[in-house]
Design a protein around this ligand. Sequence first.
Ligand code: CA
Length: 189
Amino acid sequence: MKRFLALFIVGVTLYGCSGSDQKADNPNADPAKDPNKLVISNDLENAAAIIPSWSNEKTVVKMDGAPAHSGQFVSLIDDQFQYSYGFHETIGNLNKKLPKKVTVKGWIYSSIAAPDISIVMDINDNGKQVEWKAYSLTPVINEANKWIEYKANFDITKPIQASYLIKCFAWNPGKKLAYLDDFEITIDY
Ligand SMILES: [Ca+2]
């Protein structure tokens, strides 16, 4: 009796669950319609026009050697620029309520894997530090020369006032070349 062994090779392609498949037709899923949420996006394409609430335009350049994540412009950090283009605003100018949490999302393209780069949330009272938190991108950036998405959550735990200034930006103490694009700051009240 002949026995045949049939070998089936089943090709399985696994796709990472991106979580981006949001139900845009559901108004409850739209954070812009939530009164306790403020979402501020910046693709850096108009940074040269000096957009209110954003600073450090000198770091915004046309991406060189690879496509920008959106359009042409990105924020460059390297040995000259330790701080990226970033968001800065007086807390009371954003809302009558005081924020409880800040989320910074965006994309980074680093010339090395595991660079010493963090996303920082800085709240200060006329220059005096009230709350400073850093979210390290070192474990997030597992590959060089590739756009990688990050999401940094910051709970505001110190007592704050409407007159205080809030800033969010990337900090590059490792001084290696990297580019950032498409910032999205979400403030929860
Ligand atoms: Ca861009």
